[in-house]
Design a protein around this ligand. Structure first.
Ligand code: HEC
Length: 387
């Protein structure tokens, strides 16, 4: 019997994929260059879409499927890739609008489906046309009269063209810290392509009464003056959680990557001070970053790879949230490896003729494996590190 070939149509077959995997970025006001919300908007891109999804460039998800399952994995199944390719190859039919899934309603400007509170920088910050800017620190008082548990958070740059990345710290009452390296807990990190943070039910980040949020923002001038007023949205837990989420990091700041080196490896590791549940990863390197890997050594079975990012991209710095949290036992070793390409082969390399060391600016390098863990709700960062 001959199979009846039903032509792939936009409304029935394509739109559901776009809603679930693309519109997060491909809609007005977000980071992608064009909207893929309607047939008229999508039709001219049919062939480009086929190329991008077949080559796995879109949607951006650089993790190797070898290792780990992630709840925010936005990659397409083989069948979804086939559907989009078929649509491009067979006339890109519109189909019947009756077949369309319900229109996806996006909250204005935000990607979190809902939030309880918005806070913003009190006034815009002016970025000059050129030069290198030091990291800027903007304290934002929360005005919280009682402790609040944050279930989800999204930080939104006011001006994406100049905001390179943002780290939001929680400055607890009594702290006099105003900037620079700190042990303060991190609420969230923004880098291009990152998605809002949200933690599983029963787990949340604590912002104590009277805390400030401090935005650490790295601005990169673009050739013309600009201004930015970054904002944050918070969703609170409905009830006090059983677990508190802490943001930790493995950091190496004493490497030297020789000029011209194509595959230079830098590692960082730490032994876990107390039992905890491992929730997510966020690799961070700069323009010479090439690959990144997290591994766990439990002392018995050798080393197990938890996350492998074989083609690290400075432009897609994502957090990878484990579908099933991994129990870490006191004394286990968590390790990360980054490789760097400091040769002229790397088109992003700002200068292949110099050795590169640690530094905040993009002309220097960083090697940080951020990760979130969950611990008992009454344990803070200082207590967690008591061995
Ligand atoms: C996390 C954000 C994000 C998601 C999700 C995403 N895109 Fe993109 N897309 C971008 C950005 C930013 C660009 C432009 C820069 C680039 O090409 O890397 C882009 C570029 C493209 C281009 C190339 C445009 C050109 O100028 O040639 C196509 C085609 C595309 N995306 C299709 C898709 C499709 C189809 C999906 C879903 C299956 C998707 N994208 C998901 C952010 C995203």
């Amino acid at each position: 019997m001959q199979a009846v070939l039903l032509a792939v149509t936009f409304f029935r077959d394509v739109l559901p994929i776009l809603q679930n995997h693309c519109q997060e970025c491909h809609r007005p006001g977000q980071i992608a260059p064009m909207s893929l919300a309607t047939y008229e908007e999508t039709r001219p891109w049919a062939k480009a879409i086929r190329e991008q999804v077949r080559s796995h460039k879109m949607p951006p998800w650089p993790a190797d499927p070898c290792c780990g399952h992630f709840s925010n994995d936005r990659s397409l199944s083989a069948a979804e890739i086939e559907t989009l390719a078929n649509w491009a190859d067979n006339g890109s039919a519109k189909g019947d609008s009756q077949d369309a899934p319900p229109k996806k309603i996006w909250p204005e400007g935000w990607n979190l489906p809902s939030h309880d509170l918005e806070l913003a920088m009190p006034r815009p910050f002016e970025i000059p046309a050129s030069g290198e800017l030091e990291y800027q620190y903007f304290p934002i008082p929360t005005g919280f009269k009682e402790d609040r548990w944050v279930q989800a958070v999204e930080v939104r740059p006011g001006n994406r063209t100049v905001v390179h990345h943002i780290v939001v710290y929680i400055r607890e009452p009594g702290s006099t810290w105003t900037g620079g390296p700190t042990k303060a807990d991190i609420l969230t990190v923004y880098a291009p392509g990152s998605t809002p943070d949200s933690w599983p039910d029963g787990m949340a980040k604590l912002v104590q009464a009277g805390s400030d949020l401090v935005f650490e923002i790295h601005y990169t001038p673009t050739g013309k003056p600009a201004s930015d007023q970054t904002a944050i949205a918070l969703k609170f837990a409905k009830k006090p959680p059983e677990k508190r989420v802490l943001a930790l990091q493995l950091n190496n700041d004493h490497f030297r990557i020789p000029a011209g080196e194509r595959d230079y490896r830098v590692t960082a590791w730490g032994s876990i001070p107390n039992d905890a549940l491992l929730l997510s990863f966020f690799p961070h390197m700069h323009l010479r970053g090439k690959s990144f890997l997290f591994a766990l050594n439990d002392g018995n079975n050798g080393s197990q790879t938890l996350l492998n990012v074989p083609n690290y991209s400075f432009f897609w710095q994502l957090s990878y949230r484990l579908k099933t949290p991994i129990p870490l036992k006191k004394g286990m070793r968590l390790q990360c490896w980054g490789t760097f390409d400091n040769s002229a082969n790397n088109p992003l390399n700002p200068d292949p003729s110099v050795d590169v060391t640690y530094g905040q600016q993009s002309s220097k390098e960083m090697m940080i494996g951020f990760f979130d863990v969950a611990v008992d709700a009454n344990i803070g960062k200082p207590e967690f590190f008591v061995r």
